[in-house]
Write a protein that binds this ligand. Structure first.
Ligand code: ATP
Length: 334
């Protein structure tokens, strides 16, 4: 296996009794990459992360980390570390001992442990908090302690299971930026699991989109958002309009499903418009920076997002318009 991949899964399956949690996954994560595993609940992403961590073993297939086959190797012998959603901090330890804990297990001397813990706390901007107990910290600070503990022993790959899931929206947004700059500063490979498409799009270098134990697409945020491989990806990542083959054949001359992003759709007068693109507005929501409209086009539901301040019709029939390039034709499905 090439060492130019940080994490490599080859034909990995994991079966739990009657449930196939992962079904023959192939995946390569590059060194230094911020990689997201995105998918709905039950799609297999946590199982996939646990296989890389070593908490699970594949029913078949191989797992390699930096070129080393680690299938069957226990977690503590892998060059990875995991940050769990609940942080798993020891309540009776102070922050410094929580962070130093992995080094204590490795019998590192107290002075060295404490120096490393201080350095890790500085990385996550918690210098001076070493003597506190976890209960004396905010949610965001606890999250950062968990991060400091995960990086103190310098793993090659950091695995994060819904790392920001327990934080409120505002804190989550600022932690997204912090996580990203921490990852850059450390030059580590981060692999994180999320069901939040916005989080994956804003943080990841590349995203694997999971569905029912399989990977539907791997690509940059732009790839999966603008060029979804299929209807599942188009629907799950963002909120694309899905246009049926009949309509697409008429508009683009190809009998295929297509996706169309709500922000790429304009509203225009009906005169001269293709009758298939004429409909009426059924709902309107004010989103602050934009307005979201739902349209009914002869039974086809289409969403439109327009910037705030744009003059929009309030009643009567309207037509939609969009650039040909905005229409993304999807792969023919088996
Ligand atoms: P979530 O976002 O809800 O955590 P997920 O995408 O991470 O979902 P997994 O936790 O990987 O999904 O689960 C995938 C499938 O495998 C689910 O159907 C789940 O019920 C099943 N599963 C996972 N772990 C076990 C287990 N230890 N025993 C039995 N079934 C399991």
């Amino acid at each position: 296996m090439p060492a130019s991949t940080a994490v490599s899964l080859s034909k990995v399956s994991r079966v739990f009794g009657p449930v196939t949690a992962l079904d023959g996954i192939d995946l390569d994560v590059r060194p230094g990459e911020f990689f997201a595993m995105l998918g709905p609940s039950g799609s297999g992403k946590t199982t996939c992360l646990r296989l890389v961590a070593g908490f699970e073993q594949p029913s078949s297939g191989r797992v390699a980390i930096f070129g080393e086959d680690v299938t069957g190797v226990p977690p503590y012998r892998r060059a990875v570390n995991t940050v769990f959603q609940d942080y798993a901090l020891f309540p009776h330890f102070d922050v410094r001992d929580n962070v130093a804990y992995p080094l204590m297990l490795r019998k590192v001397s107290k002075a060295e442990r404490h120096a490393a813990a201080e350095a890790a706390l500085e990385m996550v901007r918690l210098s001076g908090y070493g003597a506190r107990r976890p209960a004396q910290l905010s949610g965001g600070q606890r999250q950062r302690v968990a991060l400091a503990r995960a990086i103190v022993a310098r793993p090659k790959v950091l695995l994060l299971d819904e790392p920001l899931g327990a934080l409120d929206l505002k804190l989550r947004e600022s932690m997204q930026e912090e996580l990203k700059s921490l990852q850059r500063a450390l030059g580590l490979t981060f692999v994180f699991v999320t069901h939040d498409q916005g989080e994956a799009l804003s943080m990841a270098d590349r995203i694997a989109v999971f569905s029912a134990g399989r990977i539907e697409q791997v690509g940059s945020p732009e790839d999966v958002y603008r060029r979804p491989a299929n209807r599942f990806v188009a629907d799950f990542v963002g909120s694309a309009n899905i246009l049926p083959p009949g309509l697409v054949a008429r508009l683009a001359g190809e009998r295929r499903w297509a996706s169309l992003r709500p922000e790429d759709v304009r509203l225009v007068a009906c005169e001269g418009a293709d009758p298939a693109l004429v409909g009426r507005i059924t709902a309107r929501s004010y989103l602050g920076a934009s307005t979201r409209l739902a349209l009914d086009l002869g039974g086809l539901s289409v969403h439109v997002v327009r910037p705030a301040g744009e003059l929009l019709p309030t009643e009567g029939p309207v037509a939609i318009a969009f650039e040909r390039e905005a229409l993304h034709l999807m792969e023919r499905e088996a």
